[in-house]
Structures are given as C-alpha cells and as structure tokens.
Design a protein around this ligand. Structure first.
Ligand code: RAM
Length: 371
C-alpha cells in the first residue's frame, strides 16, 4: 500500500485505501443514543465543559515512542476524499515511528455505525483510537469503555465530549473558520442578499460549532443587508447534498450565496451550480479540498474557499496517539510532544491541540496544492 502526505507543490496520490475493515457481519450493538442538538454546541468544538478523559497518571516526557503500537483511525465516513487524505497522513506518521496504523469506519456519516466500530476496536485491543465524531455525545459511552480498557482516545477533525477522549486535535480555530467563511462570502456578494448554509450532518460537532460562529459574525453591522435564510443538511452524502442545493435554489430563487463548511457539501453544490443558470451568479464558498474544487474554480463557479492540510491533521493525530500510548503525555494542559516533521506541540485547555491556520484557495494559488 502506498501512502503519501499531501503537501504544497507535491503530487499526492490518494492511493488505494488502506486497511478499510468493514464491520459488516459483526452483529454488534449500534447504540441508538440520543443525538445532540445544535444549541448544545459550545465554542471550542467541545460538547461539554467537563474535564477531558486525561488519565491522572503522570507523564514521562522522555519515554521513547513504543514500537508496534496499534492505532486505528475511525473517520466520520470512509468514502470521503478528505478523510482518505487525513488518514493517509496518519499512516505516514505511523510508518515513521513504527506503529501499525489502520483506517476503519462506516460509509455513511452516522454515529450509531461508529459505535459498532468502536466496540470492535476494543475487542481487538487497539492501543489507540483516533476518531472524527458524527455526534459529540452518542459515541461517548463506547469511548469511555475503550478508555477503561486502557485504549488511548484522540478525537480529530470533529470533537467528542471531553470525557470521551484524552485529546482533541483541532484543525484550526473554530472561531476563525466560522467567521472567515462569512467574510469570504460577504466579499463575493458585496455584503448584500440572502444566503444559506449547506452543512454536513445535523449533529456534527465541527460544523455546528463553525455555524454558531457564522451566526455570530452575521450579527455585526457590516452584514445588516445579508440574511441567513436556511441551514440545510446534506449529511456528507454527495447525492443528498446535491438535492439540498437544488432545493435551496428552488425555495429561494433570489439566493445570493451559499456557505458549505463540508468538503462533501461544497463539491456537490459546485457540481449543481456549475451546470445551472446560477453558475457564477450564486456565490459558493466554504471548506473543500483543492483537488475536488479545482475545476469549479477554473470554470468560475467558485471564487475562493478554504481548508487546512488534512494530511497534516492526520499526521499530527497519529503522533499524539503514539505519545499518549507511550506514556509521554497524559492529555493534561501544558504537556508537550513531538510530531515528526511538524515539530513540537503543546496541549492547550480542555485537552485541545491546534494544528494551525487554514489556507484560502483561489484561482491564483490553487495549482500550488495537490490534495
Ligand atoms: C467533511 C467532513 C469533515 C470536515 C470537512 C471540512 O469532509 O464533514 O468533518 O472537517 O468536510
């Protein structure tokens, strides 16, 4: 299996997916836990202000990274190029420090399917689970069982309630991401007109947190002539996202812009718009991968959008999992660990580690990126 870490000016193969273990046939309980409503979401992408699952054991910063650690990535869904890139980054890191990294997960972005996978990973005695959660709370009981069994839990991309994990690897400041997406769209539509959001699943921790900041940004006087008319959910499903975009334009023919803070949503919305009379008239921005959106930037459907490096996110999450499982860190604020070529990171409040700043992609720079 070939794995590459996407980076600037480097051809990146989103090569054959590695170790996608389908749990089909495993008759495990898919816990139908109550979901989390949008209003439950708080600013830091953490679902509750509780202490993180950090163990009370003390850290040994000089402990070497253990060899042969078993680290399992459990993304929101596996058939999503964004997660293929991030989890490939995780596998690249694993190769560097001698860990066995695999990716497992559902093809739909649902929390109940993730619970089944967590249960299987507990049985397999993985050393660490790295999860992007479809719901901040529904997966927590299973993750608590994993932690009780000695498994280290790292959330990345989309957080879980802090008591369900040791660390959260956040891609960028949630506040920045929320506000800048509104700023990007406002510039494109001249600060005027009806706008909509095309999100992922209704319970996704990351999207809901960003949307709260979008709403807050829209309260500022410079947006007084902009109106958020609808938040639609494409469930990180390509076809549903496409249909939801169509529905938005049908319900609001005078819509001026759409923000889609999901790589699946923005790609589907771009496909719909590019082939419609709205192309270039209804502006579209949000979070997407350059490789999925390049042609829509070139054909004038999209002016600008943003994203962090998903490969770096997975790479950092892998090193964090390795450091936890080796006893270098416990997840407490102020502890430091090294993440290979990315350098040293310090754990912040509520067990959060920040990757860095996102990049804005436009026709002027999109060809410099390949992921
Ligand atoms: C989708 C997922 C993921 C999000 C990106 C931007 O791939 O919803 O969680 O971070 O979009």
């Amino acid at each position: 299996m070939t794995m590459h870490t996407p980076s600037r000016r480097r051809r990146v193969g989103v090569g054959p997916r590695f170790g996608v273990a389908l749990a089909a046939g495993l008759a495990l309980l898919a816990t139908a836990c109550g979901g989390t409503t949008r209003s439950d979401v708080v600013a830091s992408q953490s679902a509750a202000p509780a202490a993180s699952g950090a163990a009370s054991a003390s850290a040994n910063p000089n402990a070497p990274l253990k060899q042969g650690l078993k680290i399992a990535f459990l993304p929101k869904q596996v058939n999503n190029p964004y997660f293929t890139v991030s989890d490939t980054g995780g596998a690249d890191a694993g190769k560097e420090f001698g860990a066995e990294v695999k990716e497992v997960g559902p093809s739909d972005a649902s929390a109940s399917s993730q619970v089944s996978y967590i249960n299987t990973l507990i049985q397999q005695k993985q050393d660490a689970i790295v999860i992007s959660a479809n719901d901040p709370n529904a997966v927590v009981p299973a993750l608590k069982q994993a932690m009780a069994a000695g498994i280290k839990v790292v959330s990345y991309d989309s957080d879980v309630a802090p008591e369900g994990r040791h660390l959260f690897i956040n891609q960028a400041s949630a506040e920045d991401l929320g506000r800048t997406q509104v700023q990007l769209l406002a510039e494109q539509i001249g600060h005027k007109g009806k706008i909509a959001v095309l999100s992922a699943t209704p319970n996704a921790t990351n999207q809901n947190t960003w949307i709260e900041f979008m709403k807050d940004e829209l309260k500022k006087p410079e947006y007084k002539d902009m109106e958020l008319v609808k938040i639609a959910y494409g469930n990180d499903d390509d076809q549903k996202s496409f249909t939801e975009t169509q529905g938005l334009l049908r319900s609001y023919p005078d819509l001026k812009g759409i923000i889609s803070p999901t790589t699946v949503g923005i790609a589907a919305a771009a496909r719909y718009l590019s082939d419609s009379p709205y192309k270039g008239k209804v502006k579209l921005t949000g979070l997407g991968t350059p490789n999925q959106l390049r042609k829509f930037v070139k054909d004038g459907t999209i002016e600008g959008f943003e994203l962090w490096s998903p490969g770096d996110l997975g790479y950092l999450a892998s090193y964090a999992a390795g450091a936890l499982a080796s006893g270098q860190i416990t997840g407490a604020e102020g502890e430091k660990f090294k993440a290979g070529r990315l350098g040293e990171y310090t754990i912040g409040a509520k067990g959060e580690v920040l990757l860095g700043k996102p990049t804005v992609f436009t026709k002027d720079n999109i060809d410099d990126f390949d992921f």
